[in-house]
Design a protein around this ligand. Structure first.
Ligand SMILES: C[S@@+](CC[C@H](N)C(=O)[O-])C[C@H]1O[C@@H](n2cnc3c(N)ncnc32)[C@H](O)[C@@H]1O
Length: 254
């Protein structure tokens, strides 16, 4: 990594620190998705991939009684999660592991459930579904949120932005076909409401952006980061009906 790249990364991480979440979501939607996993064994062994500061990890730990392994490649998020788990008396059931989601280092068939909110896009929906499958036990479950086109023919400026940011974004029908092709049976899906983008993510991010911009006035890297974040938020404000996060629940085909 060059010095310029390292500076950019440090600024990005600083802007995104101390936020309740690092993407759209909310405890109510984590709970709703969990209730759709009919047949999940008691004391399920869970892997949470791209856990960030762990909002959904803590919600899951209150929903089930097994152990949860929370993985992220950004150590400060894992430290935030460990602190919160200790405060909530959940430290004995939440383990953290700093790992790369593209090369997870766990024995095959280790988990009953793999969970991932707002993170599978990092390696791509299909690649993630296929790469994580061997880690599931027979009949294992997978629950992910994935950025999804909700309406056809998005406006050109929106299509251009996401065409660059996440060219693999599919509509629901195509995503479900990907689920089946990757060896899973879809159990259900639902779209997260617009409010789940604002409450714990864009609203605190906008508040942090104002302070970030004034602190880093004259820093070109900071300006680029801030422009990109503000553009993403402005597009969501304008075009939320065209895309969103969809929760996909699925189970390994026998
Ligand atoms: C959009 S955030 C979602 C975080 C969390 N699930 C939430 O909803 O708040 C994506 C997370 O993936 C992590 N991440 C990015 N690349 C990764 C990689 N290659 N391996 C593991 N985690 C990664 C980031 O550090 C970040 O915490």
């Amino acid at each position: 990594m060059t010095d310029a790249e390292a500076h950019m990364m440090q600024l990005f991480c600083e802007l995104h620190s101390e936020m309740p979440r690092q993407g759209p979501g909310g405890a109510a939607y984590t709970r709703q998705a969990f209730t759709m996993l009919t047949g999940l064994p008691p004391h399920a062994e869970v892997l949470d991939v791209g856990c960030g500061p762990g909002a959904q990890t803590l919600t899951l730990a209150a929903l089930e009684t097994g152990a949860i392994t929370a993985v992220d490649n950004h150590a400060p998020y894992l430290a935030e999660l460990r602190t919160a788990a200790e405060q909530q008396g959940l430290a004995d059931r939440i383990r953290t592991a700093k790992q790369d989601m593209t090369a997870l280092d766990f024995p095959a068939a280790s988990f009953d459930l793999i969970w991932s909110e707002g993170a599978i896009y990092i390696m791509g929906f299909e690649a993630g579904l296929r790469a994580w499958r061997p880690l599931l036990r027979a009949g294992g479950f997978l629950a992910v949120t994935e950025a999804t086109w909700l309406e056809p023919d998005p406006p050109a400026e929106l299509a251009a932005f996401w065409g660059e940011g996440y060219p693999g974004m599919q509509n629901v029908e195509a995503a479900l076909a990907t689920v089946r092709a990757a060896g899973y049976r879809p159990l259900g899906h639902f779209t997260l409401p617009d409010s789940s983008w604002w409450t714990d993510y864009y609203t605190p991010l906008e508040a942090r952006l104002a302070a970030f911009e004034s602190h880093y006035q004259g820093d070109e890297s900071a300006r680029q980061i801030s422009d990109m974040e503000r553009r993403e938020i402005a597009l969501f404000r304008k075009y939320a009906r065209y895309y969103g996060y969809v929760f996909y629940l699925m189970r390994l085909e026998p």
